[in-house]
Design a protein around this ligand. Structure first.
Ligand code: GUN
Length: 283
């Protein structure tokens, strides 16, 4: 079987165009503040992408590029000032933060109504009980891809490889909300290969190149590769051995061009949601 390639780039463009249209009916432009601390080159690339997405969607954006030596107090004061701004709907602090800074304290300080990453414990709690205003961008992007390709998780066995707070755990929750039977695997799972082979929907977010070999993919499965690794030549790649997996899968995401663009598009969806929440509060 030759798999259908799930085109995240094309779907992200569609989602952003929808967001741009919907934003026009708001009383003011949605505003996103992005905080970048230190000079991690990958983070710089991500932040530039987010600013470009804002421009495409007609949003206002502000960047705060702070030196790695920034103190916790300075960072908290910045978040506090952005929380109070009426023209800023979303606040995103790019992770990871340099050593010595307390990420959780920063994430907790962002007002839940401006938490467009959906990383604040309040929003994580709402997600657990299906009451969420926001969905974390990467897992939400995966769900959007499944929907676009007509894949209904209900009754399927979904296997999520990875248990991070940002991807693995919330991905499992979103799949469960859509009535999949969900297994979460991690580094201590005894027979990962066997569990993967049982997956109708296999989402890999382990960050280990070559982890998902062709023989770990069930015939006809949907294979979603969330990881962003680099190969020996510095080229972007995921966890999945793409060519081999595509021989067995019915659907598969490429890296790049699969989940990555969807993560960014869903940030725009969340910023629009935040702007709507704030506009409703103002009425
Ligand atoms: N670093 C890598 N991905 C992300 C993300 O989705 N949000 C934030 N805040 N930092 C990241």
């Amino acid at each position: 079987m030759a798999a259908t390639i799930m085109d995240g780039k094309a779907l992200a463009a569609k989602v952003k165009e929808r967001v741009r249209q919907q934003a026009k009916s708001l009383p003011r432009r949605p505003g996103l503040a992005v905080i970048l601390v230190g000079d991690d080159p990958a983070s710089r690339v991500y932040v530039n992408g987010k600013k470009r997405d804002c421009a495409e969607c007609g949003f206002y954006s502000e960047e705060y590029a702070l030196p790695a030596q920034t103190s916790q107090a300075e960072l908290m004061a910045l978040v506090d000032s952005l929380n109070r701004r009426a023209d800023i709907d979303g606040i995103l602090c790019q992770l990871p933060l340099p050593k010595g800074l307390d990420e959780m304290a920063v994430l907790r300080a962002i007002h839940p109504s401006k938490d467009v990453d959906c990383f604040h414990p309040f929003n994580v709690g709402e997600l657990m009980i299906g009451m969420q205003s926001f969905q974390p961008c990467t897992p939400a992007g995966v769900m959007e891809l499944l929907s676009e390709y007509g894949i209904d998780p209900a009754g399927k066995h979904a296997v999520v490889v990875g248990r991070s707070h940002t991807v693995g755990k919330p991905q499992a929750v979103l799949l469960l909300q859509r009535n999949a039977t969900v297994t979460i695997c991690h580094s201590r799972t005894p027979d990962l290969a066997q569990v993967c082979r049982e997956a109708d929907i296999l989402v890999s977010a382990a960050g280990r190149r070559g982890l998902i070999t062709g023989d770990r993919v069930k015939e006809g499965a949907v294979v979603i590769d969330v990881a962003m690794n680099r190969d020996e030549n510095g080229k972007l790649c995921g966890d999945v051995c793409f060519e081999a997996a595509a021989q067995r899968a019915a659907y598969i995401t490429p890296v790049p061009g699969g989940v990555g663009p969807m993560t960014r598009a869903m940030l725009m969806v969340n910023t629009l949601t935040a702007a709507r929440l704030h506009a409703a509060e103002d009425r």
